[in-house]
Design a protein around this ligand. Structure first.
Ligand code: GLA
Length: 740
């Protein structure tokens, strides 16, 4: 799909800063209307005469003096759809004839299941409000938290549900938030996948009925990602209104998108209600995950640029070195040994790889699976986190010292929440796994899931990681998670409370990560789950990067990475260069092509570099050096997906522009030239039309008539032409433009 170009798109960036307005939050006590403004967005809701909290507006920023009348419930639709179900509530309880998805559904001890939430009180917070709702009769309180980001207009929403009754209640369903849009024609965008095939962008017209995106697997999962984008009209990369959301939860989750019978849109997301049942004892409360929502008037591209900025500034953690910094630091270029050695790691083998990696200009050397316990293959060892004495007779120190002497820091693979039945840990603590006693324990990749919700398991996992980081100079952990749940029992608890595991497991995961980061503030962490199985805004508050896919085929990666960037910033997207022909599709590609494919995110090398020829080594060295010069622009700039690789496109291209418009980096890829068609003229985006930019090739050649220097207007309107020699199969080129 070729982008359409307009002046308006070219001016997006300039307009963005010119339009930037301070955020305001206000409550009008006469009308009981709440209004939150941030970036180019306004979000408005009010208390209607029945006492329900009703959504009134979500979209482009309104005028400062615009006001809303008091909320009016929607009328009933004959006798079949009552006003309660037709009214877009901020957080509807299941009761009183609600037929759309409830935000909250509760079973009380006496069997009552009716819940109707009314406004009780509110207080202003730094960037929003805490609004308290209460059931019309029983002391169930829900506090809705709203925080509007002044810069991006991303609204963070969550809820705290509190039982002030004398009896326990069971929460059957709890969302973080419900979002609503009025009747209209929309396109729904969402991401699905599977192992080695994550990040497929689905774009479908919004039909009646409900579409469910979810994980029932105990973790985020490969099959769908907790992100959505709803576009007014047809999907368009750079134009039109888009409402989007991303849920911050790494356990079983669900987002439902509905078009009700009156054509209105509701999006509801939070804990997955499937097999859910969280018991709240008197005085206890449950905190939901956070559901982030945003808006852009500049298409899906605009939506992802807003989300990327929010992630960089407000989600991603900082280390000791970047504490208080606006942005996290660009990721070190890393080497990872997995595809080169698999489980066959040894001191000598890793040292040989490290020497080669250092010579390429790599900053971080990571040893993957196989270094611990009796880990010869995937049948044994998980859970036994001692250094394997046959492979590393002197411990890890000689290897780590060598890596440091070569000028790199050292990273290590761990899979803390798992155990092989063939391990000392399992032999000692067979009851530590998720299980239903007396039932089979289903193995996946010959492993079981430790029940991290248990305090003793939490203590063990934190303990071994803390010891590992205290005793060794480790800068980085690749934290893996290689299976989904089965038999999710927590047999320490009474039968009625065992389902609490869905919440307690993930909370303990977050708390371990938080505690480790606090105690070891230099350490950086990658979230991996057999590729992109645990990527969401929940885990990204605790990890610096993620592994998008085990599929490192550089051509497949173009679509995988393309899909990834709809929801997540290239800063966290690790992309390794691996060997050719690639194991996935048996496809052979040049090293240049592989490097350029990986250079669109955070670059890594995962090939058997001991086998590289001097020419290959020189090419990699040159391109790694070129990458480092422009890396901040690529991973933290404004991303424009100029030509999509989807739908069998012959071509694809991306551009990132530094936020001060001082630099841009362009990547162009050919799948297979057909009928001699040359690469399309690339009309760039986001530059300052009046500034002068000098073009230089990182790899490849521009057309013979291309000026060395031209205005932003020239590059955006006339466009960048490739040389006629840019043809063939799996070809790649890259350019940088620097403001004079
Ligand atoms: C998972 C990861 C891989 C590698 C292996 C090791 O599949 O995604 O990158 O670490 O585990 O067993």
């Amino acid at each position: 799909m070729l982008k359409a170009f307009t002046m308006a798109a070219a001016l997006t960036l300039a307009a963005w800063s010119a339009e930037a307005q301070p955020s305001t939050v206000s409550f009008d006590s006469a009308t009981q209307v709440f209004r939150l403004d941030g970036g180019n967005v306004s979000y408005v809701f009010g208390v209607n005469p029945r006492g329900e909290l009703q959504q009134l507006y979500w979209g482009g920023r309104l005028g400062a003096t615009d006001s809303f009348p008091a909320a009016k419930p929607m009328p009933e639709w004959a006798s079949f759809d009552d006003s309660y179900t037709n009214t877009p509530q901020e957080y509807p309880g299941w009761g009183a004839g609600l037929y759309v998805e409830p935000a909250l559904k509760i079973t009380f001890a006496d069997g009552n299941r009716d819940l109707v939430l009314h406004y009780a009180s509110h207080k202003a917070t730094e960037h929003g409000f805490d609004v308290e709702l209460k059931d019309i009769e029983r002391p169930i309180y829900v506090t809705l938290h709203y925080a509007m980001d002044p810069e991006t207009g991303v609204l963070a929403r969550s809820a705290t549900i509190e039982n002030r009754d004398a009896e326990p209640v069971t929460i059957e369903q709890a969302a973080a938030a419900s979002w609503a849009l009025p009747a209209g024609k929309y396109t729904l965008n969402y991401l699905t996948g599977r192992w080695a095939g994550e990040w497929t962008l689905n774009q479908v017209p919004f039909e009646h009925g409900e579409r469910v995106m979810e994980s029932r697997r105990g973790s985020t999962g490969h099959q769908a990602n907790p992100w959505f984008a709803i576009q007014a009209g047809a999907a368009d990369e750079e134009h039109g209104e888009v409402w989007f959301g991303a849920l911050g939860w790494s356990g079983s989750w669900r987002i439902t998108v509905e078009r009700d019978q009156l054509d209105a849109i509701r999006v509801t997301g939070g804990f997955n209600p499937f097999d859910f049942g969280y018991v709240l004892h008197p005085g206890q409360s449950l905190e939901t995950p956070v559901f982030y929502g945003g808006y852009s008037a500049h298409g899906l591209g605009g939506a992802s640029r807003v989300l990327h900025l929010y992630e960089l500034k407000h989600i991603l953690p900082r280390t000791e070195a970047t504490r208080g910094a606006e942005m996290p630091r660009p990721r070190p270029v890393l080497y990872n040994s997995w595809e080169a050695t698999e489980f066959n790691v040894s001191e000598a083998g890793q040292m040989a790889l490290a020497e080669k990696a250092a010579a390429l200009g790599v900053d971080r050397f990571v040893m993957d699976d196989g270094w611990f316990g009796q880990r010869k293959n995937d049948h044994a060892g998980l859970g036994d986190w001692y250094v394997n004495p046959q492979k590393f007779p002197h411990g890890l120190k000689p290897l780590i010292d060598k890596v440091h002497a070569l000028g790199m820091d050292f990273g290590l693979w761990v899979e803390p929440e798992m155990v092989n039945p063939d391990s000392d840990l399992y032999r000692k603590h067979p009851d530590w796994v998720l299980r239903f006693p007396g039932r089979p324990e289903t193995e996946q990749r010959n492993q079981l899931v430790l029940n991290l919700a248990r305090p003793d398991v939490r203590a063990y996992v934190f303990g071994f990681l803390d010891k590992l980081l205290t005793e060794n100079d480790i800068a980085f952990l690749k934290w893996d998670y290689n299976r989904n749940w089965s038999e999710p029992g927590w047999d320490q608890l009474p039968a009625s409370e065992q389902k609490d595991v869905y919440v307690a497991f993930t909370r303990n995961l977050y708390s371990i990560l938080a505690e480790l980061r606090q105690k070891h503030p230099k350490v950086e962490i990658e979230s991996c789950s057999g590729g992109g199985g645990r990527v969401d805004l929940g885990i990204l508050r605790y990890v610096d990067e993620v592994w998008p896919s085990d599929n490192t085929d550089p051509f497949d990666r173009l679509t995988i990475q393309n899909g990834f960037t709809y929801a997540y910033t290239p800063q966290v997207m690790m992309d390794w260069v691996t060997d050719s022909p690639h194991w996935m599709n048996n496809r052979a590609t040049s090293l240049q092509y592989r490097l350029l494919s990986s250079m669109q995110g955070s670059l890594g090398i995962g090939a058997d570099i001991t086998k590289w020829t001097p020419e290959e080594t020189a090419t990699a060295k040159r391109l790694i050096a070129a990458y480092k010069q422009v890396q901040p622009t690529i991973v933290q700039g404004e991303l424009y997906r100029l030509i999509s690789p989807l739908n069998g496109s012959e071509f694809s291209a991306t551009e990132t522009v530094r936020r001060d418009q001082g630099q841009a980096v362009v990547f162009a890829f050919i799948h297979s030239t057909q009928e001699g068609r040359g690469f399309p003229l690339l009309k760039l985006e986001g530059l300052n039309p009046k500034a002068e930019y000098t073009l230089s090739a990182i790899e490849g050649k521009a057309g013979p008539d291309t000026p060395a220097t031209a205005s932003g207007a020239w590059w955006m309107h006339h466009g960048l032409a490739m040389d006629a020699s840019f043809k063939g199969d799996f070809q790649a080129a890259a350019f940088r433009l620097d403001r004079k």
